[in-house]
Structures are given as C-alpha cells and as structure tokens.
Write a protein that binds this ligand. Structure first.
Ligand code: F6R
Length: 616
C-alpha cells in the first residue's frame, strides 16, 4: 500500500525523502507528496500520478532547504487519486502535516465532529482528520507533537502508520503504528523512518522494528519509542542483510527482469546454511520445539495471491513427505468460515512482505484458537514473522516489482524445508531419504539457470499471441498451482483475461471456453513421474486441440509423447515431480513480462495494484 518516509538529520531532507520515495514507489503510485519545515514554516508539494509528476512540480515550484521532511506515495483507498487527496495533509492553520498508510475506520464520525466544530475539510480521504485532530490536541499538550500524537492515536480505530511534523518543533519527526508497517533507520547524526528499509538502505543498515501501538520520536541524535500512553516500549534492533545495490535495477530495464534473473541465487540463498555437515536439516530460526512439531496433527497454510499458489504447491510435498493432512486456504477467507483450529494445528503463514493484512488477521485468529504459527517471509522486521511463534526467512533479497517472481520460488523451497524438517523430527523419512531430497533441491539453482538461458522462444511466443483475447492455463498435480500462477501473472501484468484450471476440470465446464485459435498453455507433468498423470494430460491436450485451441506445452526435455500434440513446445530440464514448479513457473513469468512489454504496459508497477497490501 502507501509508502512512507520521514527524515531528520544534517543533510537536505528533500533529496533523501524523494530518493526514499523512489525506492518505495512500488508500494503505491497513485499520487505522491512531500512536506518540509524551513524557518518555522511548513511547506508541502503534492501531485496526482507517479512520483515523476511530483518531481516535475518540485522543479517548477521548488521547496526551501530543510533538514527535516516527510514523503508519501499513495495507493488510494478513500477518495480518488487527485492532487487534493494526495498526502501530506495539513491542519487548517498550516502548522502540522501528516502522512498516513492504512484505513481509519472511525474517520466518518471524527470528521463529523470536526465539521461540527467548524474545521474545514478539504479532501475526501480518511487521513485528513488526523492533521486536524493533531492541531486540536497540540494546545492541550503544551504544543508537544509526540504527546498530541499519542492522544490522537488513542482515538483512532483501524490500521494506520502515521508520520507527522510540526512547524513549531522543527527538530523532530513523530511516527505511530497500529497494524501497518513502520521501521526506523538509525544513522549517525540522522535518523529515518519508513514503510520498509529500502527507503533508507542507502544511508544505514541499522534498523529498529517497532511493535504494535507504538509511537516513535526521531531527532537527529535520538530515537524514543513509547506506547500510546507514553510508557517506554521495548524495541528490537536489527541489521539489514542486503545493501542498497540489491534494491536497484543493476543494469536491467525492469525490476521484474532482474528479479526473474535472480531466481537461481534466491533459491540457493534460501537453502544456504540450513543443512549441517551430516546432511541433516538445521533450521536455526525454527523456534518450535521438536515436541511441538511431533504433536502437530494438521497443517493449514494461509496466504494470498502468489504466496497462496506457493502454498498449494507445498501441500503436495507436506502430505507426501510427512503424512500430515494439509489444507491451503486464502487468508482473506480463513477467519470468516469458523475454521477448526486447535493447539495441535500448525499454521504456515506465507508472505513475501510480511505485512499483508489478510494474512496477518488470519494468523492472529488462528493463534487466538491456540494454534502455533510459522511464518515464511522475505522481509526482516515485518509484522507477520514478528507475531508468529516461529519464522523461516526466504533469502530472496528485496522484491521490488509488484508482480511476485523470486518470492514464489523461494516460498516453495522454504515450505519444502519445513516439510522435510517435520519429516526429520517425526521420523517419517530416513536420514538418507531426506538427504536425497535436499540434494535435489540443491540442484535446482542450476536448473533454473538453464531455463533462463533458453527463454528466448518464450519471448517470441508472447509476440505471437499479443492479440489473443484470452489465454487459458492448465496443469495437473503441482502443475495446477503453476497454471494458476501463470494466469495470475498474465492478468496483473498484461491486463489480459487469463484463467488457470486443473486440467481434469476442463470437461466439467471450462472446456466451453475453447474456441478457434485460443491459446492454451499446458504445464505437462513428467512422463518419468506417475505415468497416469502424463497420459491424462496428453488426453487433455487432445481435447482442447480438437476444439480449435492452439497449445503451448511446457514439457521436460525428452518428453516426446506430448511433442506430437503441441503446437508450440517450451522445454524445461528434467527434475523430480515435486521440483518441477521451480522450473516450469519461470517461462510463465517471462511470458507475462514480455507480453506486458509488447503491450506497452508498466511492468514493474501495473495499474491498480500495490506491492504490500496492508488493508483488508
Ligand atoms: C502477485 C502478487 C500478489 C502477492 C500477494 C501476497 O504477483 O505479488 O498476489 O503474492 O499480495 O503478498 P505477500 O506475499 O507480501 O503476502
């Protein structure tokens, strides 16, 4: 959702804030704005559209120099993306500026009270009320912004990250959070706060996680954290493991291209350090005891979007290797169906950002019922791992393109590590069997590399089918979630109608969609795996071809049986069935990326989307 930056120090705040916004723009790109304090006056600039529009405005209508500033990129919730609704919002007297991420659920009644007290409301947002409430609270608290912020936070319902500055206190920035991300960057003679560390990674790798319902006050030399009542709050410092270059395009035209190319390394890094000398799995960050893992009677995976598809793949491995029943559930649905969860349920919450509100709420619900939660996450300091009983990090590095790629592969790998660890602890598999599977996983980076090296024909196919009205994806077994993921990528990037189906389901309805020339992408299982699966997909290919579909088949090297029925074939290297998603997803990512490029879309920042979805 929205991206937030705050800075106080010795340097020019505007440059730092705008550079931070550039790194956070993937979080929201409907509008952008900044505010600084200079000579005890507040100055703001804001503009609808991408950050570039704001930069043009700052060129024609510059801000005065200042060493304190805040900035915001918006993903609209309340009010259309226009200049007026862009953040920062200011109090009526122009002394206080705020930026906000989240939704203030009781804003309507707060706004009505303000209007009744004669306060002019100028935007359609839920956020603006906070600026007016702060202005009203300041005189009650001797003009002290931190105190005013605490008192206002106590009035607010919903999810929020707030950052505010006060023209009368030009040496401090105040932030607050509830159910919405905010991290602090600790510098030398300067301090930062932001939605995520990428905004300040160019200046410092030392960071502080904030807990729920905390207010943080930054001056250039101090960081003070309290709860909403002013009581000192515990903080957790951490050092970011990657550097600024990881959050840059590194010679690629698009973040997505870079992130697709990084997948071999991301998979290798996620495996790194998790296997001891004897070949046993060693998950240091697994804070669940062996006794707790032995007691698990059911696994429920909760996640959204691409992470949900990774969970669907993982289910096959978890049940196969551990014999523990495993359900996969969309996080946004989970708590509304009265799920059966008890202390023997292991919840695996998968989230790249670690901030997805649907997933957070689902895992909180499960914990309330006594379940243990294990987070699989790519972001240090994020809320989901922090609130979980255990966390396993995917070391994919920052994922900036809105469409998830390397997170998907590493989430599958992390889930597999959890499954194998469960099998190891519970004795479902002999050590040599576990070692053999780990060896298969260790081969995957080079196989993914091979797929990348041979991706050119996939790009050509994107050009060939650029005018297609619709594309269908079908697969069986682990190929089914891969088909869903391929369709999701195409929808979100190329804005094309795309659907993924379990190939066996076609004849139960969707086959009616097949018409002359319709491209159908088939994720074919290996003929070396369960032969029945392979035979069945061959039949499915024939069924759609007989009705006029053009088939594009992703098949492993040496699979000649499907070749006979494929109009186009994309080869992927041979690997065991459960490893196939790690290779067969990659051509689908390349296909969607190229299709969006051909159509002239913004690949890294597709319309209507945001990277980190911090509202329900
Ligand atoms: C699709 C995509 C989304 C995310 C989903 C969950 O390309 O990126 O579907 O996978 O919003 O996000 P995280 O993993 O951050 O919880």
């Amino acid at each position: 959702m929205c991206g937030i930056v705050g800075y106080v120090g010795e340097k020019q705040a505007l440059e730092i804030v705008v550079a931070g916004l550039r790194r956070l723009e993937y979080r929201g790109y409907d509008s952008a704005g900044v505010a600084v304090v200079a000579d005890r006056e507040l100055h703001t600039r804001k503009k609808a559209g991408k950050l570039a529009n704001l930069e043009v405005l700052l060129g024609t209508d510059p801000l005065p120099g200042s060493t304190i500033g805040i900035g915001h990129t918006r993903w609209a919730t309340h009010g259309v993306p226009n200049d007026l609704n862009a953040h920062p919002h200011t109090s009526a007297d122009g002394r206080v500026a705020i930026i906000h991420n989240g939704i203030i659920e009781n804003f309507a009644e707060l706004r009505d009270d303000l209007i009744a007290n004669g306060v002019p409301i100028t935007s359609d947002t839920d956020s603006e009320v906070v600026a007016h409430l702060l202005a009203a609270a300041l005189p009650v608290h001797d003009g002290d912004l931190p105190e005013a912020m605490r008192s206002v936070c106590r009035l607010l319902e919903g999810a929020f990250t707030l950052v505010a500055i006060n023209a009368d206190q030009p040496d401090l920035v105040v932030g607050a959070r509830r159910n919405s991300p905010l991290v602090v960057g600790v510098g030398d003679g300067e301090n930062f706060m932001a939605s995520d560390v990428s905004a300040f990674i160019a200046h410092t790798r030392e960071a502080i996680e904030l807990g729920q319902d905390q207010v943080v006050v930054l001056t250039r030399d101090s960081v003070t954290v309290t709860d909403f009542f002013g009581e000192p709050a515990p903080v957790t410092p951490f050092t970011v493991t990657w550097d600024a270059s990881a959050a840059e395009k590194g010679g690629y035209d698009l973040f997505m291209l870079k992130e697709i190319a990084e997948q071999p390394k991301a998979v290798a890094d996620t495996l790194l350090g998790r296997i001891d000398r004897s070949g046993s799995l060693q998950l240091d960050d697994m804070r669940l005891s062996d006794a707790e893992l032995r007691a698990v009677s059911k696994v429920i995976i909760i996640a959204c979007g691409t992470a949900y598809h990774a969970g669907m793949v993982a289910k096959y491995a978890i049940e196969h290797w551990t014999r523990i029943p495993c359900e996969v559930e969309l996080a946004s649905e989970f708590r509304y169906r009265d799920p059966i969860v008890d202390p023997r349920t292991l919840i695996i919450a998968i989230s790249q950002s670690g901030e997805t509100m649907d997933t957070l709420m689902a895992m909180r619900h499960a914990r309330e019922q006594g379940a243990k939660v294990l987070a699989i996450c790519n972001t240090q300091g994020a809320t989901i791992p922090r609130e979980s009983d255990a966390a396993l990090y995917t070391y994919a590095g920052p994922e900036i393109a809105v469409a998830s790629t390397k997170a998907f592969l590493t989430q599958i790998v992390a889930c597999y590590l959890v499954a194998l660890y469960l099998a190891q602890v519970r004795g479902n598999k002999f050590p040599d069997e576990i070692r053999a599977i780990i060896a298969e996983l260790a081969d995957m980076p080079s196989l993914v590399d091979l797929v990348l090296d041979t991706a050119e024909p996939v790009r050509r196919l994107a050009h060939l089918f650029a005018d297609a009205r619709s594309v269908l994806f079908i697969g069986r077994h682990v190929g089914f979630p891969v088909a869903l993921e391929g369709a999701l990528k195409l929808k979100e990037l190329a804005y094309m109608h795309a659907e993924g189906f379990a190939a066996g389901e076609l004849k139960h309805g969707p086959i009616a969609l097949i018409e002359d020339g319709l491209p159908v992408i088939v994720v074919a299982p290996s003929p070396r795996g369960r032969s029945v699966l392979h035979e069945k997909i061959v039949s499915n290919i024939q069924e759609v071809r007989a009705r006029g579909a053009v088939t594009i088949v992703i098949a492993e090297e040496g699979d000649e049986a499907v070749a006979a029925y494929a109009d186009h074939i994309i080869r992927v290297p041979q690997c065991p069935t459960l490893m196939q998603p790690l290779v067969s997803t990659v051509p689908l990512q390349v296909f969607a990326c190229e299709m969006a490029t051909v159509k002239g879309h913004d690949v890294d920042q597709p319309r209507n989307l945001a990277k980190s979805v911090t509202v329900e």
